[in-house]
Design a protein around this ligand. Structure first.
Ligand code: ZN
Length: 160
């Protein structure tokens, strides 16, 4: 069957950036499973999968606007070292959950200079063009309950 609204789709993928570096892959793992049309995956990929069938292989290029968004300079901030109480060593690459006016936000430390720590709240893949190599493993219809919940149950989905 073809992928359409309320299809439960399982697919394998390899994600590379424009430099050809592999950023993520499902190789050696279970395929990624999602409920089509519910915003479970990034919009650009969801849109391109529509109408395709189990067993198909396709290449999808997703722009930042339809992926993890453009890089927002306002999400890069300098905070005092004191803000990281209880953390012995603050180093670039560390991730912390920050409380913001818009709710919790995952930030990554990008620079430590003396008592000043620079953190970046952009998604690590923001601003990047994403190239997906996709192989569709299976397509089935969602159950009534899955449609109501807006996510997949059982294998590859939410267990509850
Ligand atoms: Zn549920």
């Amino acid at each position: 069957m073809q992928i359409a609204q309320n299809s439960v789709v399982a697919f394998h993928y390899t994600l590379t950036n424009d430099a050809g570096e592999v950023l993520d892959s499902s190789e050696g793992r279970e395929p990624l499973t999602y409920l089509h049309g519910s915003g479970n995956i990034i919009p650009g990929l969801e849109k391109e999968l529509e109408g395709h069938e189990s067993g198909e292989k396709l290449q999808v290029t997703v722009t930042p606007a339809e992926g993890y968004g453009e890089t927002q300079p306002a999400l890069v901030q300098e905070v005092p070292r004191d803000a990281f109480q209880g953390v012995e060593e603050v180093e670039p690459g560390m991730q912390f959950q920050a409380q913001t006016q818009g709710g919790p936000l995952m930030v990554t430390v990008t620079k430590v200079e003396g008592d000043t720590v620079t953190v970046d709240g952009n998604h690590p893949l923001a601003g990047q063009t994403l190239n997906f190599d996709v192989e569709i493993s299976s397509v089935r219809e969602a159950s009534q309950e899955e449609m109501e919940h807006g996510h997949v149950h059982g294998e590859g989905g939410v267990q509850h």
